[in-house]
Structure formats: structure tokens, C-alpha cells
Design a protein. Sequence first.
Length: 278
Amino acid sequence: MADPHPVTGQLFESPVSPGAGWPEDPATVRTPVARSRDDVARLSAAARTACELDAVISVCRACPRLVAWREEVARTGRRASFAHEPYWGRAAPSTGDPDAPILIVGLAPAANGANRTGRMFTGDRSGDWLWSALHRAGMARRECSTATGDGQALLTARMGATVRCAPPANKPTAEERSTCSAYLVREIELMKNLKVFLALGGIAWNATLSAVKAAGWRVPRPKPRFGHGAEATVASHDGRDVTLLGCYHPSQQNTFTGRLTRSMLDDVLAEARRLAAG
């Protein structure tokens, strides 16, 4: 059964087919589909632009467990409050300007968040926390990010993730993280003005270090340890120094317990902006 998009009112089946008219969908019916780890590596390497990479990511079907889960949620596992909304039900592409100096790296989409809306950190409480802070920092056009097509946009930043599909229990396997890593590697290669990586959580921190190393960048030894506010410098193959900045993930577990406070997040974003302006 088709349901109306919360912004445009257009009817969509869940999961959403590429090229169906979903706002901000980067793919078309002709976008090549990755169905294996080798496909992910080949198609990501072939992407000439961030837009092409986003399209390939958004139709990826390389990890059977993740595909089955994201589509099950989209069809029959919807949260009651969203029962009459269409669910994206696909891998979530990055959002934001690929020419930006800051790349924010998260863990994975939430089942009723980006798996529903199709935009990173959109539609759940973690995303509400993050977008509000980004707006306070002058890095987002609006305070809230509710759905694609709502006018929200990142300013001076781009946002992606370690894994692009919503995982069961929010826990992707090591194999799934490894398969998806080629997307982050290629994204880094395509962002020519990078000055700052902002890693949301320890998994994103380690994934970013692995990705820059795979891209041929120089990584400090011993391996830098994650912490809130931790900083490390990595060097691109063309000699640019880029700062890796750590931040606790804005999960409800961290924000409800006070492990991550509003001021802590604001301070890290202010530091990211300061480094990007240098």
C-alpha cells in the first residue's frame, strides 16, 4: 500500500524504488546495484563524483542481513507514530556539500530514523539533538531535520556513516562494516577541501582512521585513541594535514545519562568550525 510523503504528499510504496520521485533521492532506475563486497569496491571506485557515489550507496544490496532488516522494518515493522508514512527502506546516502571542509561520520542509520526518511540523522531523537546543535553552530540551515524535502541543509559540512543500512539492534557486524568501508574511502578521496573529520563515537573514529589509511593517507603511530574532544592529525597523500576530532555519539543512552551534554556537543562543533576556518 502506498502512503503519502510527509512533506510533498506524493504516494510511495515502502521501500521506495529508485527514481520514483522521492525528494533528494540521488538514484535513478539505471543506477548500478552492488550485490557483493566486490561490487561495493568496484562501483565505489568508479564513482567520479559524490553525487554518483551517493546514488550507488542508496541502492546497495551487498549485505543480505541488513537488506532484509531494513525492508522488513519498512514493510511491517514501522513505529506506530509513523505507521501511515512511507519508509525509505534503503541505504542512506551522505548529505551535504562534497566541497565542504568538514566530514561528520556517524555509525549507522536508525531503523525508524534515516531508514524511514532517507536522510542521515533525520527522524529520531539522536538526529534531533545533532541537527539542533549544528544549527546553533551555524552549520545547518534549520534547527530541525524532519524529512527529505523540508528545506534542511548542512552548511560547511557533509555527513555520512560507517554503515549505510539500519542494522538490527543498532549493531552491524564486523563483516558488514568492512563491506561498507569502501564507500567511506571513496567519499574521502572525492572531498578535496577536507580539513576536519568529526567522528561520532569510537566505531566511527576507528572506521575513519582505517578509511584514510586505505586511501593512502598517513596515520599516526601508535594509533590515536578515541575520546570526547580527542584530536589527531592525519596527512593526505598530497600533503594536506587534516584533523580527526572525536565526539561522543548523540545516542539517547549518552544524552539521557549526561555523558554527552548540550555544551559538550556545542564545544566540539565550535572546535570543528575553528579548525575548518584555519
